[in-house]
Design a binder for this molecule. Structure first.
Ligand code: UDP
Length: 345
């Protein structure tokens, strides 16, 4: 039985990772400050003997040290994430992402514990070379535009991780996660798919920012967790950077249409200018497509769920909560097509 520390384990991706680790027979220790993570995400795990939760921050060095000392492997997922959140709390973004990650990497090196660092596709910035490949250049906007602080903070994490690997032989793997979605993700911090699904189920306007021609590639969290587990089991992955995602590309406008269709919703699709949605002068990325050749080649990773199934899974998981919050059963028309008998395209 391996003892595994998951920082940010009460978050959306972290909680799914914890489930998978327990499933494999590992003993799991979570450190989470519940800033964006939620206790409900792990409520179903808390009575498991092999699951331990500590409320606290990666900025708390002694606490982190006590946890790292007793574990065999670290998944470092704790971070400030989500574009809206980053604009709201710019100081926390930089402090937690840089100083907190420094603590994790420093202690992992000191106690010789292997560590997977969760990074982000945001690292590539507004590069227009598609698809994004691990060695591509990053292109960022000016420091006066706060969204770039997220990319820069995670880029520092990556530099630091590779520096510890080169200088102190830290066994680190960097996984750049592209847009990841699935059950338990909340739209509160700007994540587009749960927002669209909730809006559609409530019959509210589906808010597409900009002209909706920007594209993204969505991977289901179950595929992303599988990729992370494959990487930590492969010694050849150490000291390397990997894209993790699903290359199936969709425009945000097409995505809104798909959500509307699969929920059977009457919601209007409403275009909202970026200035109103975020802040004046906001810069979005036009495209963000992963090249997953490197991870496929090394560990045989291939996403198993396609966009339609991914969206259907989110609809299924959100329907009950939306019903509870609006106090009405969501009508048969508002059930995902995939859940209705004989539903076709
Ligand atoms: N977006 C949108 N409506 C929303 C939330 C997001 O049109 O209610 C857009 C956002 O501007 C971006 C894309 O959806 O172009 C993905 O946004 P998200 O915040 O989920 O992830 P990002 O890829 O920007 O990190």
């Amino acid at each position: 039985m391996r003892k595994v520390l998951v920082t940010g384990g009460a978050g959306f991706i972290g909680s799914h990772l914890c489930e998978a680790l327990l499933q494999r027979g590992d003993e799991v220790f979570v450190l989470d400050d519940l800033s964006t993570g939620q206790i409900e995400n792990i409520a179903h795990l808390r009575n498991r003997k092999a699951f331990h939760f500590t409320l606290g921050s990666i900025l708390d060095f002694p606490l982190l040290e006590s946890l790292i000392k007793k574990t065999d492997l670290i998944f470092h997922l704790a971070a400030v994430v989500g574009v809206q959140k980053i604009i709201e709390v710019p100081v926390d973004t930089i402090e937690i992402n840089v100083l907190g990650s420094h603590n994790v990497l420093n202690l992992a090196a000191r106690y010789r514990k292997p560590c997977l660092l969760a990074s982000t596709s945001e690292i590539y910035g507004k590069s227009t070379k598609h698809p994004f490949t691990e060695d591509d250049d990053a292109v960022y906007g000016p420091t006066t535009k706060s969204r770039w602080s997220y990319a820069c903070s995670k880029a520092i994490d990556e530099f630091l991780a590779l520096a510890y690997h080169n200088a102190q032989d830290l066994q680190v793997i960097i996984a750049r996660l592209f847009n990841t979605t699935g059950p338990r993700q909340t739209g509160r911090y700007g994540m587009v798919l749960p927002r669209f699904v909730d809006q559609a189920l409530r019959g509210e306007p589906i808010t597409v920012f900009g002209n909706g021609h920007q594209t993204r590639c969505f991977a289901d969290v179950s595929d992303v967790v599988r990729a992370l587990l494959l990487l930590v089991d492969r010694p050849a992955a150490i000291g390397q950077v990997f894209n993790v995602g699903n290359p199936e590309e969709v425009s945000i406008l097409e995505l809104a249409r798909l959500v509307k269709k699969l929920t059977g919703s009457d919601s209007e699709i409403r275009l909202i200018p970026y200035d109103q949605a975020y802040q004046p002068g906001f810069e979005d990325m036009d495209r963000r497509v992963p090249n997953i050749g490197k991870i496929s080649e090394l560990v045989g990773f291939k996403p198993s769920l396609r966009l339609r199934e991914i969206v259907a899974r989110i609809i299924e998981s959100r329907r009950e909560q939306v019903e509870e919050s609006v106090g009405l059963p969501v009508t048969a028309e508002a059930q995902p097509h995939s859940l209705r008998a004989g539903a076709g395209e």
